[in-house]
Design a protein around this ligand. Structure first.
Ligand SMILES: Nc1nc2c(c(=O)[nH]1)N[C@H]1C(S)=C(S)[C@@H](COP(=O)(O)O)O[C@H]1N2
Ligand SMILES: [Mo]
Length: 234
């Protein structure tokens, strides 16, 4: 979010300082934007170093989880894609040994665990939910993903796209969530699964995923392409 980055920047340096640092005229808005992007990339690197693989997000008693979890996307719930079990296939691409597509039944047969954590949306709401599913790490191992690669990316049925670094993909709390509030995850929350990452802001939790890929090139993200910080850890 450009506004947040601008605020952060004004707390840390003056525009004059920015001009000196970057050698560009801050009255030129393209130059300001590119300086801000340099600072944002720097923030991504610092955050990646601070958010270690072993840092766990807080968990809560199951009784604190809401039953009716709030819906969010860049469009209303009536427009949310409905992925049908009969036809759904999860495609795999990039640095993965076994790229055979997965059916819902195959996904649901994976070992599952539950997690009660807080989802934080930058739009100003947060909610504790109970999700159940398979650690993405287990799935990546199952498909022979190259876990020495740098990133895992996701493409979604609604045109949304996101990506995470490999440390986050292998984090023990990063789940392919097949259930929400002890029920099969509802269509509008991402059926057949949503990627639940409690160490990341809500927008880095893609729903309606149709492709998972492994790459050494940093995947783009829908909101990062619109100015939000790519790393967005919490
Ligand atoms: N495919 C897709 N995934 C998405 C989004 C979206 O618009 N499309 N919105 C994100 C945002 S901003 C939030 S807060 C959460 C909301 O997930 P929920 O509807 O399960 O609460 O989904 C994230 N994942
Ligand atoms: Mo969000």
């Amino acid at each position: 979010m450009a506004l947040i980055r601008r605020d952060m920047l004004s707390q840390t340096m003056t525009l004059g300082g920015l001009t000196m640092l970057t050698g560009c005229d801050v009255s030129d808005s393209d130059a300001v934007q590119s300086a801000l992007e340099t600072v944002s990339r720097f923030n991504d690197r610092v955050q990646a170093a601070i958010f270690g693989e072993n840092r766990l997000a807080p968990t809560f008693a199951d009784a604190l989880a809401v039953k009716d979890f709030r819906y969010n996307a860049w469009y209303g719930p009536d427009k949310a894609p409905r992925l049908e079990e009969a036809t759904y296939r999860l495609s795999l691409a990039g640095r993965i040994a076994d790229k055979k597509p997965w059916t819902v039944a195959q996904l649901h047969a994976l070992p599952q665990q539950s997690q009660t954590t807080r989802h934080v949306c930058v739009e100003g709401w947060s909610m504790i939910g109970k999700w159940g599913g398979t650690p993405l790490r287990t799935f990546l191992q199952r498909i022979g993903a190259d876990t020495s690669a740098k990133y895992v990316g996701f493409e979604c049925a609604d045109g949304y796209y996101e990506g995470i670094d490999m440390a986050t993909a292998l984090h023990p709390q990063t789940l392919m969530a097949f259930s929400l509030a002890d029920e099969i995850i509802p269509f509008e929350h991402g059926f057949p699964f949503k990627l639940r990452i409690p160490t990341k802001l809500g927008f880095k939790n893609p729903k309606f995923i149709t492709t998972i890929y492994v790459s050494n090139t940093q995947p783009r993200g829908y909101w990062p392409d619109r100015g939000y910080n790519w790393f967005s850890g919490i």
